[in-house]
Design a protein around this ligand. Structure first.
Ligand code: GCU
Length: 591
C-alpha cells in the first residue's frame, strides 16, 4: 500500500519553540541526504487547496510519495516519479531558468533508505530552508519551520521504517509584510533547501548542547544531555584538562578550569581539540579561547585594542556556483578574497550565513559580525513577527555560540526610528544578553541628516548597543565623492565606532572619468575620499565597506551595468578585482 503522507498545511506557520543547539560537531554520525531530489512546482498551492477552496481555511490534503491525493482520489498529474530534480543543498532560482524569479511553493521529495540499529536515536537536520517549510516523513508530519537562514531538526527515531522511507518537504519562499525579513530587501529571494540535510544518529542519551567560555583566567564548559542524566567528561588534551562530573536530574553539568591557553586571534587563530562525552555519546570540536570587550572608545581583543579591518559579505558566490553558497568551497573563495584585501573582520550580512562559512572564517582568523534579518522595516507591532525574529536569533546563537570568531551579534539593519521599532529591538537586545552575555551586541544604524554637511548619529538604539555602527553613502546616494572633504560628523562620545557600510557601484572593466558613476575610476575616488573622511572620526575602531562581491538583487535592473546585480562589490561576481579593491587593501595594510 502506498505510504501516504498527510500534510495539513497551516497557512500561517508558527515558528517552532525557542531553539536549542543541536551540536553538529565533528564526531557526530550522520548521513548526508544531499543530492538530486524530485520536485513539483505548485504556484497555486494545489497541495493545500481543493478546487472550491479560496479564502477559507485549507482542507486537509493527501500528499503521497508518488501522487497528490484528493479525498482518496489520485491526482495523477502530481507524480514525483515523473518529476524533474533539483540539487540539494541549493536554491531553486539558480538551477532552472523557469525558477529564476519564482516565489511560491515547491514540493521536494526523496527516498531515505534506513536500517535500524538498537540503542540509537535519529534526527533529521536541516542547515536552512528559505523561507518556510513543512516536513513529512512517511505518513507523519514532523513539523514546520520559518526563517530562511538557521538550522532546525526533528527527531525521527519512531517514524523511520526499515527500508525505504518517503521524505517530502513543502517549501515556500513567498515574502510577507509580517515576515522576517519583510517584503522589501536588497538581495535575491533564493528559495529552497539551501543548506545541508542530514540524518544524524546519536545514542539514546546524547550531548544535546554544550557551551565553552573563557574569561581570561578560567575556561567554563556547560553540558546538557538529552535522554536522561548521567556522567559527563570534558577533555582538552593540549591543556592537560580531563574531568568528569555527573549531571543533575535536568541532564546538565558545568565545569570550570583555571587555564592559560594560547589566545585565539586573527594573527593566531589557535584552536584546541575538545572532546565531550556523555552516556555512550562522544563528540569532538575545535574551539578558540579569546576575550572581547569594549573599554571606552576602544574594542579590546585579548585585552589589546584592535581595529576591525572588515568588509561586508552576502551568502552568495556566483562565480563558483550560480546562487546561494552551498559548501565550504564557496565560502573559501570569498574568504580568500577578503584575506587578500587585508581583512581581519567580516560583517556577515544581513542574515546568518552557513556554518561552513563561520567555521572556516574562524580557522582562517576572521572576527565575525553575525546578524538576523530585521532589515529596513519590519511589522514591529506583531507579536508573531517578534517570536519569529527571536527564534531566528536563538537559532543563530545556538549554532554559533562556541565559535570564538563571532564577536558581535547584530539585531537589525537600517530600521526606522519609531517607538515600536525601539520596543521590538530592545526585547531582542535583552534576550541576546540573557542567552549570551559574552559578546558585543549592536545594529547597523543610519545617519539622520538635519544638515547635509553635518550628519548626526543620534539613534536612540545607541543606548542599547556596545558599539556605534552605522551605514553611510556619501559619494554615492549622497553627493559626489568630493563632498567627503566637507563632512563633519556628530557622533555620541564614549563608545567605539564601526562604519557598518559605505561604498558605491561600478561595473568591472567599465572605465571612464572619476565623475561618471559606475566607472571603476569613480568608485576608486569614492573609496579614497571616504577613507580619508572616516579616518578623522576619533572613536573609529572598524570598517566594513559595502561590500566584498557584486551580488544579485531584483532591485538592480540597470541594463548593461547592473542586470540584476548590485554592483557595490569590490570584486565582481566572477571574482575580478575592481580598482577600489586595491584602495582598501592599501589602506588596511597601512594601519
Ligand atoms: C543599504 C543596505 C544594503 C544595500 C545597500 C545598497 O545600506 O543595508 O543591504 O545593499 O544599502 O544600497 O546597495
Amino acid at each position: 500500500m502506498m505510504k501516504r503522507l498527510l500534510l495539513a498545511l497551516l497557512l500561517i506557520i508558527a515558528p517552532l519553540p525557542a531553539a536549542e543547539a543541536f551540536p553538529l560537531a565533528d564526531g557526530r554520525e550522520y548521513v548526508s541526504l544531499g543530492g538530486r531530489w524530485n520536485y513539483i512546482v505548485d504556484p497555486m498551492d494545489t497541495g493545500i487547496y481543493k478546487y472550491h477552496m479560496t479564502l477559507q481555511k485549507p482542507t486537509k490534503r493527501y500528499f503521497a510519495d508518488r501522487h497528490f491525493y484528493q479525498d482518496k482520489t489520485t491526482l495523477i498529474e502530481y507524480d514525483f516519479d515523473k518529476a524533474p530534480t533539483l540539487e540539494v543543498p541549493g536554491d531553486w532560482n539558480s538551477q532552472s531558468e523557469r525558477l529564476y524569479y519564482y516565489e511560491g511553493s515547491v514540493w521536494y521529495k526523496r527516498t531515505v533508505d534506513f536500517h535500524r540499529v538498537p540503542g540509537r536515536r535519529w534526527f533529521l537536520y536541516f542547515g536552512a530552508v528559505n523561507y518556510q517549510c513543512m516536513v513529512g516523513l512517511n505518513n507523519t508530519i514532523l513539523g514546520t519551520h520559518k526563517g530562511g537562514f538557521t538550522p532546525f531538526w526533528f527527531e525521527v527515531t519512531d517514524v523511520l521504517e526499515e527500508g525505504p522511507n518517503s521524505l517530502i518537504v513543502w517549501v515556500n519562499n513567498s515574502r510577507g509584510v509580517s515576515e522576517v525579513p519583510t517584503i522589501n530587501y536588497d538581495w535575491w529571494n533564493y528559495g529552497g533547501i539551501t543548506r545541508d540535510v542530514l540524518l544524524v544518529s546519536v545514542p539514546e542519551v546524547f550531548v544535546k548542547d554544550y557551551r565553552v567560555g573563557f574569561d581570561g583566567r578560567e575556561i567554563s564548559v556547560s553540558v546538557e544531555l538529552d535522554g536522561g542524566k548521567g556522567c559527563v567528561s570534558v577533555e582538552i588534551p593540549e591543556l592537560g584538562i580531563k574531568k568528569k562530573a555527573c549531571t543533575g536530574n535536568d541532564g546538565k553539568a558545568a565545569f570550570k578550569f583555571k587555564a592559560s591557553p594560547e589566545r585565539w586571534s586573527p594573527d593566531n587563530p589557535r584552536l584546541y581539540d575538545i572532546s565531550i562525552s556523555g552516556g555512550a555519546d562522544r563528540i569532538t570540536d575545535r574551539v578558540g579561547f579569546r576575550t572581547i570587550k569594549v573599554e571606552g572608545e576602544r574594542i579590546l581583543l585579548n585585552d589589546e585594542p584592535i581595529f576591525l579591518k572588515g568588509v561586508a559579505v552576502h551568502d552568495e558566490n556566483i562565480g563558483i556556483n550560480p546562487g546561494r553558497c552551498r559548501n565550504e568551497e564557496d565560502a573559501r573563495e570569498l574568504l580568500e578574497a577578503a584575506k587578500d584585501m587585508g581583512c581581519n573582520f567580516l560583517r556577515l550580512a544581513h542574515y546568518p550565513h552557513s556554518e561552513q562559512m563561520v567555521r572556516l572564517a574562524e580557522k582562517m582568523g576572521f572576527l565575525l559580525w553575525e546578524e538576523i534579518p530585521c532589515y529596513w522595516n519590519i511589522d514591529w507591532s506583531s507579536e508573531e513577527t517578534y517570536a519569529n525574529a527571536e527564534n531566528q536569533l536563538l537559532e543563530m546563537i545556538g549554532r554559533d555560540a562556541n565559535r570564538a570568531a563571532v564577536i558581535i551579534w547584530s539585531m537589525a539593519n537600517e530600521t526606522p526610528c519609531t517607538p515600536e521599532r525601539f520596543a521590538f529591538l530592545k526585547r531582542l537586545f535583552d534576550k541576546t544578553r540573557e542567552v549570551d552575555p559574552t559578546r558585543l551586541v549592536s545594529a547597523a544604524l543610519q545617519k539622520e541628516k538635519p544638515d547635509f554637511y553635518h550628519p548626526v548619529i543620534d539613534d536612540e538604539l545607541i543606548a542599547l548597543t556596545d558599539i556605534i555602527s552605522f551605514n553611510q553613502y556619501y559619494g554615492w546616494y549622497d553627493g559626489k565623492p568630493s563632498v567627503c572633504d566637507s563632512i563633519s560628523w556628530s557622533i555620541p562620545a564614549g563608545k567605539p565606532v564601526v562604519i557598518s557600510e559605505f561604498g558605491g557601484g561600478a561595473l568591472y572593466g567599465n572605465h571612464g572619468s572619476t565623475s561618471e558613476m559606475f566607472t571603476e575610476e569613480y568608485l576608486e575616488l569614492l573609496y579614497r575620499k571616504n577613507l580619508a573622511m572616516l579616518s578623522k572620526i576619533p572613536a573609529l575602531c572598524g570598517l566594513s565597506p559595502w561590500c566584498l562581491k557584486d551580488f544579485r538583487s531584483p532591485k538592480r535592473p540597470l541594463s548593461g551595468i547592473q542586470d540584476d546585480f548590485n554592483r557595490k562589490g569590490l570584486i565582481d561576481e566572477q571574482g575580478r578585482r575592481k580598482k577600489a579593491f586595491y584602495v582598501v587593501k592599501e589602506y588596511y595594510e597601512g594601519l
